[in-house]
Design a protein around this ligand. Sequence first.
Ligand SMILES: Nc1ncnc2c1ncn2[C@@H]1O[C@H](COP(=O)(O)OP(=O)(O)OP(=O)(O)O)[C@@H](O)[C@H]1O
Length: 604
Amino acid sequence: MALSKAQKEAVMHREGPAIVLAGPGSGKTTVITERTKYLTQQCGIPPIHILVVTFTKAAAMEMQKRFLALTDSRQTQVRFGTFHSLFFEILKHAYHYTAANIASEEEKYRILREIISPMDIGIEDEAEFLHDTAREISRVKNERIPLEHYYAAGVPQELFRKIYGSYCRGMERAGKLDYDDLMVYTWELLSARPDILEGWRKRFRYILVDEFQDINRLQYDIIKLLAAPENNLFVVGDDDQSIYRFRGAKPEIMLNFPKDYPQARQLLLDRNFRCPGNVCDLAARVISRNTVRYEKKIEKVKADGLPVEKLLFRNQEQESLGIIQRIRQGLAQGRRYEDFAVLYRSNTDAGVLSQKLLEYNVPFKMRDTLPNLFEHWISRQVIAYLKLAHGDYSCANVLKIINRPKRYIERSCLDTQQVDFERLRMYYEDKYWVIRRIDKLEQDLAALARMQPYAAVQYIRHGIGYEQYLEEYAEYRKIKAEDLYEVLDRLAQSAKGYETCEAWFAYMEEYSEMLKEQAKNGAQKQDCVTLTTLHSAKGLEFPFVFLIDVNEGIIPYKKALLASDVEEERRMFYVGITRASEQLTICVLKEKYGKSLKPSPFLL
Ligand SMILES: Nc1ncnc2c1ncn2[C@@H]1O[C@H](COP(=O)(O)OP(=O)(O)OP(=O)(O)O)[C@@H](O)[C@H]1O
């Protein structure tokens, strides 16, 4: 492949700092690998003095693979790796750490679970709570926020501080470091020990960073320390593709790079080699509405391709069928399943589509793990109601729903393997208000037993008062009740086509099996349609791309309220658009769960 003039210029940059602003599909990886080759082969830089760093292991390995192919070699001393592996290497030399000192995600969650489980904090979903708490702990650490100045978002203040302290002590006792510790300790080490810093500076005389728009403050500070004083720091990124602010990425670091390094050479890779002309035009129109960005005009290399399709579907079922039909048409014209990708904003948006693909035998793989709707705690409680209505009086099942909504029944009186409502009534004979509730529950169960699944879910929700219970729970947890109702909406949606609970439960099992199989073998699957979130689509390209649910409240996501959040959502949409190398199809819904929706404002 012949390099463009701008690519050549970037590849042949010699000394000092440089920032390469690259548009989508402009050959960023090519430039990094070609430049590494240029430094080693044309400039005589020993490979051991070159550090190429990026964010994911997969991206680092891909770059190394391409470099080895380019130089026709089997191994190299150039250090290709992630930020975390770099920090680990630095700490390993200083403190003789081994891989056993790094806490895996499971270990980290185990330590957190041991802290949280014994606390009586009235949470329904421990996994979700752990996840949110872990994210907040990470934020405090990697943004170096003093704990006393941090306002926890999802956990009461005092509780968060308590959990945070116990977590740090737990990690210390176990002799473990999490990913954030790696970063913080590296920075502290290099700041405190000029002798060690000097050693690493001598080792890494040329530093190349890919996806620079995703860098966070601490990573940048460490890289700056390492690069000084020669500052042979070559960074490549696209500020318009910065979509990891929620994980601490600071795209403004990229925008301010020329201020930090006034002598930095600024280069622009402004030719999009991937997308057809009309897709480039749409992408440019969309992103031009963002205000905080480098203004760049991207040149189209390809001519206009197939028209950008904008399709309006009644609901997600119709949308899924429309996509399946188009894939089949493509196959009939000689395309393969792997030529197609469906991109969505959040994992849950893929629920209906994955069910339909399964039904229609279309092979697919998911790049992200799709949470199983039927394992959500709300689903479990609704299912427990249905099972009880159909005769499962086991204590474990009854316990799931007996006080949801509140019926004032103590756990201690459910002490037999099978629950006997008559016995319960006797136990509460002097509490008429409890008896009334038991009577009502029994009537409700009798009614449920006669209903089809969809009607039954609605009855649990409105007739039994489960939605009211969710509202109270949401208030207690300081979360939005609508987010919980959405689980009920999705559940009702899934129940629709089934006449009996038995048939619906059988489907749940089949679907759950499919998800497990995806999680285990999905990545290795050949020739299948790719389903991915916009986040995980970064860096990929496909001939045919479907963007689904391009509606207000979904893209941009309803929680994006601040202007900066909306801009991040727009960048995500932009990343999605620019994955298409032949045709882009934008799917808009008229309604979801029976509620009407507007098209995304990003389409205007
Ligand atoms: N000089 C070139 N001539 C022809 N094709 C090129 C050239 N440079 C890159 N390409 C092709 O353009 C496509 C995009 O390249 P690449 O994936 O490296 O871009 P990128 O900048 O990393 O994209 P993105 O940031 O959107 O993921 C690839 O198919 C690549 O082979």
